[in-house]
Design a protein around this ligand. Structure first.
Ligand SMILES: Nc1ncnc2c1ncn2[C@@H]1O[C@H](COP(=O)(O)OP(=O)(O)O)[C@@H](O)[C@H]1O
Ligand SMILES: [Mg+2]
Length: 314
């Protein structure tokens, strides 16, 4: 169990992390979501023992980071922001060095080295100095050192930053595959990443927790949750279609985009799941409209994020 209680960090008079409390259990992938400067990296630095909190307690697998820092840190793998590595080392010498300071020995050491080199596809660059590697490879070397001792807790600060779409996909798969028996906390400002890998999302801004929920439940807060989006063919009258849809009882409004000939029917706040969809569907059949696409929206996390964080962008 990872337990954070009343965590606060002040730099001078500036409170950058403000009384955060949360727990994380094995199997959870907790996404830390927030605009730049929200306090995500600072929280991770405190959780991993890199900077001391001004106030608060952190317990990692039963070890207090202040009272038993070595025991606590043994349980943690950490990818710091920017994934710093020693630039003059090669990935092989760097990972061997990290294996040694993590006290890996004998066949276990070799097995773990082989395993992370394979998982992060580092074989082609093993003997090239790190400062000559692309950003994607550097990040993967950083990830490899974070997981080499197979830690119970993984703290990953923007793990997919700088990766191309294929590499992002692979790293997300890796995170998912490790999630069954670990506690993983990752920060990101890519909302699709939260939907793809996180079982839970904490939205923070100005150092405070504004929401703590599953991505699905957060998306339900979107005004587009249960909305029905349809596109009508070129022969249909868009205004008439809009007017007819606006008469439906379960809805909260109708938005029209003339350029794509798309109409979005917003479900009312009290509407049951599927109700608006059924109403729109019945109307389309009655009117015999020429429909080119029809879809049900689950909700847009980016819209919820903007609303919760007051419009500031991640
Ligand atoms: N060592 C420091 N001294 C003073 N201010 C800092 C220091 N580290 C971070 N901050 C400030 O704390 C705030 C939160 O930063 P950070 O935790 O990096 O945010 P995030 O990772 O969410 O983008 C920012 O306003 C940043 O300028
Ligand atoms: Mg950061």
């Amino acid at each position: 169990m990872l337990k954070i209680e009343n965590l606060t960090k002040r730099y001078g008079s500036h409170t950058v992390v403000d009384d955060l409390s949360f727990c994380c259990a094995p199997g959870e992938v907790l996404g830390f979501l927030g605009p730049n400067g929200a306090g995500k990296s600072t929280t991770m630095k405190m959780v991993t023992g890199f900077v001391p909190p001004t106030v608060g307690r952190i317990s990692i697998c039963g070890h207090d980071i202040d009272q038993a820092p070595l025991e606590a840190r043994r349980c943690i793998g950490y990818l710091p922001e920017g994934a710093p590595c020693y630039p003059e080392m090669t990935p092989r010498s760097f990972l061997e060095f990290v294996a040694d300071i993590r006290h890996l020995t004998g066949t276990d050491r070799n097995t773990r080295l082989d395993s992370v080199i394979e998982a992060l596809h580092l074989a082609p660059v093993l003997n090239q100095s790190i400062d000559t590697l692309s950003k994607g490879f550097k990040r993967r070397v950083g990830l490899a050192q974070a997981i080499i001792h197979d830690p119970e807790v993984l703290i990953l600060d923007e793990p997919t930053d700088g990766l191309d779409p294929n590499q992002k996909h692979e790293v997300r798969e890796l995170i998912r595959s490790m999630a069954t028996n670990k506690m993983i906390v990752l920060s990101t400002h890519i909302l699709e990443e939260v939907e793809a890998v996180c079982t839970r999302a904490i939205i923070i801004a100005n150092g405070s927790i504004l929401a703590d929920d599953t991505p699905e439940q957060l998306a339900r807060r979107s005004r587009y949750h249960n909305a029905v989006r349809l596109s009508v063919g070129a022969n249909e009258n868009l205004d008439q279609a809009q007017a007819a849809l606006a008469q439906l009882v379960s809805i909260d409004g109708v938005e029209v985009d003339p350029s794509s000939r798309t109409i979005t029917v917003l479900a009312g706040a009290q509407t049951r799941d599927g109700e608006t969809w059924q109403e729109v569907f019945d109307l389309i059949s009655r009117q015999n409209w020429d429909i080119t696409s029809l879809q049900l929206e689950t909700g847009q996390l980016d819209q919820v994020f903007r609303e919760i964080t007051g419009g500031s962008h991640a």
